[in-house]
Design a protein around this ligand. Structure first.
Ligand code: GDG
Length: 470
């Protein structure tokens, strides 16, 4: 039987992490790894003065985890640099924040090559290799150079940018050429598939994919498809009813004091539209005097990449806007915006989701957005809350029963908040039931299985393409 080998920048399985903290993606991949006796390879998160390629092997919950240390310069150029200062902003349409330096590019190439050299001896003849995300786009090319002939798939968790934006990246062609060393390239949405196909047509004159998603360029044929990632529904449905979930739910309910809670949960990242969200909430409060003291917005924004200047700037702006809103509208016993930078256990989070009348998920650009799905899965079926979702989240393609908003439209967002708060129970239930059906059907297991089936030679359902309209 062929084993599955998962490769990602970091391995999100560790013996140090409690059960409440393992993310749905890690759990889903762990299931497949356990079933096939495979392994998960990635950076340990540690540095070493000189790269040795020494692999630290560990067993975590029945899964073999293989980790390598990187040099500080690797981390600076590959991770902090090319991944987080070049590709992340560019792929979220923020060319104004995209920093390109040749040293980043060199570090990215070096680390991918180091990953390939270290991983190669661990790959058996029939193993399937599944590479995750923008940190490792060139890995298949480097593995092929090491003689690896196995099936290798790539899944991009973030959006693929439109061609006019992508071509601002020096070396865009090299990046795309390297992707053609995979056998399957998976995206979150058909929109990203179209953007990729659009680049191939405009830049390389390549014909669109055939009905099976196969496209040929640079002397290789790869398969393209959209594989929208999901969540493990039970983690949240049951998490919200677990003792910790119940406790955090009750704690939140006590602190509501009869008010309705609007909730945002995000990494503190400029792609998540936090500033626009705060300003829309301010607009809503300004327009709806009758809602003052009756609602509050709880924004959980866990700190992320705070060594990058753009994140420090954003944090300072959010502090300022939050202060302004609370100064303008707050009273001695009402804080309109509760803004916290600390993180929570997953089951605690489920309890908090359940206590919120409105889930406010308004990224400016997002590959999928799991928070939208987690919010839905955590609701009380008898009295569910309302999801407000940005049209620019990949999840919007699957969640038409949310209130879909344009996060750049402050007044439109303020209107949607009012509509959500005023929505009758019957409509809330109807919308939630439809959303819950989708979240349950397209869960992490469905995502994982459809990707792996498409990666296996000549099997599997045809992946979803741009013209299939999800
Ligand atoms: C990338 C893509 C795509 C947040 N605060 C806490 C906490 N979280 C968890 C949420 C959720 C996850 O973090 C965030 O996932 P998102 O999908 O919203 O966003 P990214 O981190 O940007 O993820 C994204 C995803 O990859 C998967 O493909 O959907 O588009 O950008 O799961 O619950 N979890 C806990 N405590 C917190 O305080 N335990």
């Amino acid at each position: 039987m062929s084993r599955l080998i998962v490769v990602s920048n970091r391995v999100s399985l560790s013996n140090d992490v409690g059960a409440g903290s393992i993310g749905g993606l890690a759990a889903a991949l762990a299931t497949a790894l356990r079933e096939s006796g495979g392994l998960w390879f990635g950076w340990s998160g540690e540095t070493t003065p000189t790269f040795s390629g020494q692999i630290g092997l560990e067993r975590v919950g029945g899964v073999t985890v293989a980790k390598v240390d990187l040099e500080p310069q690797d981390v600076d150029e590959y991770y902090n640099g090319y991944a987080n200062k070049t590709l992340w902003p560019l792929f979220h349409d923020r060319i104004d924040l995209t920093a390109y330096e040749r040293s980043f590019d060199a570090g990215y190439a070096r680390v991918n090559q180091r990953f390939a050299e270290t991983l190669r001896p661990l790959i058996g003849p029939d193993d399937l290799v599944w590479v995750h995300d923008y940190h490792l786009a060139p890995l298949a090319r480097d593995l092929r150079a090491q003689g690896v002939r196995n099936r290798i798939g790539f899944f991009l968790h973030i959006p693929w940018p439109a061609q006019p934006l992508l071509v601002t990246l020096p070396g865009h062609r090299k990046l795309v050429e390297a992707l053609f060393q995979y056998d399957l390239i998976g995206f979150q949405t058909t929109e990203s598939v179209s953007a990729f196909v659009g680049y191939l047509g405009a830049e390389l004159g390549i014909a669109p994919p055939d009905a099976d998603g196969r496209v040929t360029a640079f002397g290789r044929t790869v398969r393209l498809g959209a594989f929208p990632i999901g969540i493990n529904v039970e983690d949240f449905a049951e998490g919200a009813r677990s003792p910790t979930g119940e406790e955090s739910h009750q704690r939140m309910r006590d602190s509501l004091a009869g008010r309705q809670m609007i909730l945002g949960v995000d990494r503190l990242d400029y792609s998540k539209g936090l500033e626009e969200r705060f300003v829309a909430y301010e607009q809503f409060l300004g327009e709806h005097e009758e809602q003052l003291e009756k609602v509050f917005l709880l924004q959980i924004a866990t700190l992320s990449r705070d060594y990058v200047e753009a994140y420090q700037d954003l944090r300072a702006r959010l502090d300022a806007v939050a202060g302004r809103i609370n100064g303008r509208f707050g009273t001695v016993d009402w804080v309109p915006l509760r803004y916290v930078n600390s993180g929570f256990r997953q089951d605690e989070l489920a309890g908090i989701y359940r206590a919120a009348r409105v889930g406010l998920v308004t990224p400016l650009r997002d590959g999928m957005n799991l928070v939208a799905k987690e919010y839905v899965a955590s609701q009380d079926p008898a009295d569910p809350g309302v999801l407000i979702l940005s049209r620019f989240a990949g999840a919007a393609g699957q969640m038409a029963d949310a209130l879909i908003v344009n996060p750049y439209d402050r007044e439109g967002m303020a209107e949607a908040i009012q509509q959500a708060l005023a929505m009758p129970l019957e409509e809330r239930r109807r919308r939630w039931e439809a959303l819950m059906r989708g979240v349950t059907a397209d869960d992490t297991a469905a995502w994982r299985e459809s990707f792996i089936a498409a990666l296996k030679p000549e099997t599997g359902r045809r992946p979803r393409l741009a013209d299939d309209a999800a």
